[in-house]
Ligand binder design. Structure first.
Ligand code: NAD
Length: 479
């Protein structure tokens, strides 16, 4: 496969070009690297129609065959890791090493999800009656993905939705359409036509999907603001929705940590993928006893990190993915400057081509500052001092978000007891951002509706159906 050109949508198993196209930039250089198809409304209708046509046969295909197809698709992703990773770096900005992890994770996610089981619950099995509850596919899923992890976040949806017997129309972000388009070509060689359709386009395409009467469920990953619009639009036809939205994850660093040993890991909890992770540490609460040494260790480590074009050897942090997000992060930095907060590191835009922002760490800003209260989704970390555990837990929970969080401490039981009090969908102790296809992941409060991953995530792609069989002696049916 040629990964450098020839980007087409996949509709009904066919390659389909857009009537129009839009530019895709490399965020490290701001150069246009490709043009992607800009789907028309008719082309979306065609993709939805193809998914509807494919649905009955795919739903009736034995689950073992669906498992095999998803496993083969996972293997195809892994076999093309080199081309896909280079393309992902070019359009997303992340370093090659991180891109390789994402593509590898995407392949493994498909294979892992393919092993999940759809349970059947027997409610009653008596002389009078047999009753079971099972899970049947919903129909056509409209999947909408963001730009920070275009591939793996799409696979969170593709794996379980297709395993459960649904068909899909998948739309990547207009900032990162290319890798997903190439994935569509891989899928077209493995899946029956229409089972997985890939469409790309501008700002109109997402709303067309969420209001489309031929789509039965929307699975959306993106910002909380857009999530609200998706839910509103989906309500017109009472579509099922799963919403994976924003976060403002707290990390609570207990006084007993070994500062030198842990600084590097804490740094990456906040700055991996340039901070553009829904479950990045976005507020780091550090106990007063270790605040000064940890601050020093974080800054010392941060100075060693190489920022640059993700395609260059040795780069550890790339650019911000796109101009609107770049402007938003700079605006938060400017607000912190205007308020007179202390910058331990960074704080200026890098004066080079590309959307580069240096690693920025802010020293103990007030709890009500924007950088503490808002989701920065970029390389800016507020370090905040605490000395009272109950108080810091209350501060950690005083947010409309509730996606993830972490607690760090040598006394694991004590750290675990703190983790249990954090109001987030996932809380990690002494690690962070570890996700698997076998565990539910989702947001509390305004971080989301529903979950992905695990049995619970699989069931979100099903309707629950109870079938009851009354047992009567032969000839006893009322006439
Ligand atoms: P976004 O909400 O701007 O866009 C996400 C997707 O929705 C894109 O494909 C976009 O084209 C599409 N879209 C935009 N407007 C739409 C509309 N009105 N109707 C339907 N679709 C629409 O988000 P983003 O900037 O791409 O991603 C960053 C955000 O995503 C952050 O807030 C981050 O925390 C969140 N995120 C959440 C998770 C999670 O699992 N909870 C994972 C990754 C990112």
């Amino acid at each position: 496969m040629n990964f450098d050109s020839d980007y087409a949508m996949t509709i009904g198993g066919e390659r389909v070009s857009g009537g129009a196209t839009f530019e895709v930039l490399n965020p490290a250089t701001e150069a246009v690297i490709a043009r992607a198809p800009d789907a028309s409304r008719n082309q979306l209708d065609a993709a939805v129609a193809a998914a509807r046509t494919a649905f009955p046969d795919w739903a009736a295909t034995p689950i073992a065959e669906r498992r095999a197809a998803l496993t083969a698709l996972g293997d195809a992703v892994l076999a093309n890791i080199d081309g896909l990773k280079r393309l992902l770096t070019a359009e997303q900005g992340k370093p090659h090493g991180d891109a390789e992890m994402e593509i590898g994770g995407a392949g493994m996610w498909l294979k892992g999800a393919a092993t999940l089981e759809l349970p059947v619950m027997v409610n009653e099995d008596s002389a009078e009656r047999y009753s079971e509850t099972r899970h049947v596919p919903i129909g056509v899923v409209g999947a909408i993905a963001p730009w920070n992890f275009p591939m793996i976040l799409a696979m969170f949806k593709v794996g379980p939705a297709l395993l459960a017997g649904n068909t899909m129309v998948l739309k990547p972000s207009p900032f990162t359409p290319l890798t997903t388009l190439k994935f569509g070509e891989l899928a077209a060689a493995i899946l029956p036509p229409g089972v997985l359709n890939i469409v790309t386009g501008g700002d109109a395409l997402g709303p067309w999907m969420t209001e489309h009467p031929g789509i039965d469920k929307v699975s959306f990953t993106g910002s909380t603001a857009t999530g609200r619009r998706v839910m509103q639009s989906a309500s017109a036809t009472l579509k099922r929705v799963t919403l994976e939205l924003g976060g403002n994850d707290p990390a609570i660093v207990m006084p007993d940590v070994d500062v030198e040993a842990i600084a590097e890991e804490l740094f990456w909890a906040a700055f991996r993928n340039n901070g553009q992770i829904c479950i990045a540490t976005k507020r780091m609460y550090v106990h007063a006893d270790i605040y000064e040494p940890l601050k020093a260790a974080l800054v010392t480590y941060a100075r060693t990190v190489k920022i640059g074009d993700g395609a260059e050897q040795g780069t550890q942090i790339g650019p911000i993915n796109n101009k609107p997000q770049y402007d938003r992060v700079l605006e938060l930095i400017q607000d912190a400057r205007d308020k007179g907060y202390t910058f331990l590191l960074g704080g200026d835009a890098a004066n080079v081509p590309g959307y580069f922002i240096p690693v920025t760490i802010i020293d103990n800003p007030p709890e009500d500052s924007r950088i503490v209260q808002e989701e920065q989704f970029g390389p800016v970390l507020p370090l905040i001092k605490f000395d009272d555990l109950d108080d810091v837990i209350a501060r950690a929970n005083a947010s409309d978000y509730g996606l993830g969080g972490s607690v760090w401490g040598v006394d694991e039981d004590r750290a675990f007891a703190v983790a249990e009090r954090i109001a987030s969908g996932t809380v990690w102790v002494n690690e962070t951002q570890h996700l698997t296809p076998f565990a539910a992941f989702g947001g509390m409060k305004q971080s989301g509706v529903g979950v992905e991953g695990g049995l619970e995530g699989l069931l979100e792609y099903t309707n629950t159906q109870t079938i009851v069989r009354r047992r009567r002696p032969a000839g006893a049916l009322p006439s």
